[in-house]
Design a protein. Sequence first.
Length: 453
Amino acid sequence: MKSINKTCYLLSSILFFSCVVGSDFDALEQDCDSNLQANISFEELDTLFKGETIQIHEDLIIEGYVISSDRAGNFFGVIHLQDHPTIPTKGLQLEVDLRDSHLFFETGSKVQVKLKGLYLGKSGETLKLGGSFSAFGNVSVGRLPALKIPEHIFLLCEDKEMVKPVLTTIPDLENLTTNILVKIDSLEVVDEALGMTFALPKEETEITLKDCEENEIVMLNSGFSDFQAEILPEGNGAITGILKKNGKKNQIVIRDLRDLDFINDRCPEIITEFTSRQIFISELADPDNNSSARFVELYNAASQPLDFNKWVLNRFTNDKTEISSSIDLSGFIIEAQSTLVISPNAEEFELVYGFPPDLGVSTNSPADSNGDDNLELVDPFGMVIDRFGVIGEDGSGTNHEFEDGRAVRNANINKGNPSYTFSEWTIFNDTGDSGTTKLPQNAPEDFTPKGHH
């Protein structure tokens, strides 16, 4: 239980407020004539919510610190409170029908809220208190009318606390409660948003920020804020604001531009695209006894792994000269002197060969060739690293047909070749050209997925 404190009663100030124009004023002084005692914590208040908006009928009083401000117009009709000035465990949102509330409740002010008669609800993870709002028979938390504010919200006559934001990082946000004041260092606006304004006129606008490890968070800005038309900063630095969450997406809302300190140089460019001549197609399979057991195998002959970010495998069906289908290999790493096996039917592949493929894709993809198509492996920079077949030539009856059979790269080959060279391959089929072996192959016994080395 808290000791009794003298508090400030706001009735006279609320009545006076109607004469105030604009927001560039010092906080109004209030007379103190009321004593209150907090008797419920934020955590305990949260447990009262059982999934539906309720009206509180008990004589409960909660105490907290103001962390938001509507001075710059990025907040409207809300006051955010947290339960401690420096080490908060919980935050909540007061819905109030009061313009320029910062004149009454400055950031850092300690307030007490009489809960009896107020409505309690949640929006996502945001705990809300206020009046009631009804739509289609459903009651939710609405704004507390201005004349009701003096009956419920009291400003303690104590020196304002220096509210310090919780210093954190984007990955560590998952360990924090929402609706508290946080600070994140070393952030910058993503490249695509550079040159844009903070918000579109009269529209809530999401701006993506990232750190130097490419972790992202959304800065949420109001299209009615004073800084709406300002150009986003180009540098890197710290942001302070109220932590929110929309689904699984973390958001931060600043109070004004003083919450941004982007004066440092931007993060050095992270190179995530790599090329190598030692990646190549090592086996193509079109089993005579089971077309669902087709696959493509890629091999990395290098002594280090390679990130396949922005690599693609293309298929040119029959005699087509335009790409028929592609597989984006981003997100996969091929280990040193190891294979990556791609199947158009992962479930059937595992039944036939006894282990799952590294990547399952769709039918009619490059991994689902019937033996007379042409394939090429392309690096992130658009360079063809390896090619099987002759683009523009149907493989049927040629030295690059593997219909009902198999094309396997010879063991002495250790790098890709952008020009198809028949001597690098051993090919089985049913109707191929001379030099190929006209002997259909059956799965699993005639194939070696993951077997190239």
